[in-house]
Design a protein around this ligand. Structure first.
Ligand SMILES: Cc1cc2nc3c(=O)[nH]c(=O)nc-3n(C[C@H](O)[C@H](O)[C@H](O)COP(=O)(O)O)c2cc1C
Length: 141
């Protein structure tokens, strides 16, 4: 059985709504799936998973959240990430998803294989939630 982790940061719930759908998609597709706020996540949650979805809002001048998500992500800089498949998702107010493009470059540099991305403006629409659910299924393959 595939092991999938969904790890995210959210303040007002927009990223959390997407995270929940990815989690449900992966779980319904039969993966052994966990979902955690990044504050509660451990490096091992990523290391021990076959595929991971990371989520953050755009914050602090169009970057991933800097107090908790950024330090967690940095931990992987010098680890052998072996092209582990990951999905990056998040929500922005005005940057049109620019922060996610930068995040993709960082994760690719760190040795992950970014297989998909989902950036939404503020709250996800129903169509975007459906897309998130499908992304969860893809992660579980
Ligand atoms: C303190 C703060 C800083 C923000 N900075 C940015 C930013 O730099 N660029 C941007 O596009 N949106 C920014 N936003 C908007 C958030 O990315 C957006 O509201 C997002 O949907 C919040 O996700 P959440 O509901 O999961 O917390 C900011 C919001 C807050 C509250």
């Amino acid at each position: 059985m595939k092991k999938v982790a969904v790890i995210y940061w959210s303040d007002t719930g927009n990223v959390e709504a997407i995270a929940d759908k990815i989690y449900n998609g992966a779980k319904d597709a039969g993966a052994d799936t966990i979902i955690k706020l990044v504050q509660d996540a451990k490096i091992e949650d990523v290391i021990n998973s076959d595929a991971v979805a990371f989520g953050s809002p755009s914050m602090d001048n169009n970057q991933i959240e800097q107090d908790e998500m950024e330090p967690f992500i940095k931990e992987f800089k010098n680890l052998p990430n072996n092209k582990k498949p990951i999905i990056l998702f998040g929500s922005y107010g005005w940057d049109n998803g620019e922060f996610l493009k930068k995040w993709k470059d960082t994760m690719t540099d760190y040795g992950f294989n970014v297989i998909s991305q989902l950036a939404v403006k503020e709250a996800p629409t129903d169509a975007q939630l459906k897309e998130a659910y499908e992304l969860g299924k893809i992660l579980s393959r």
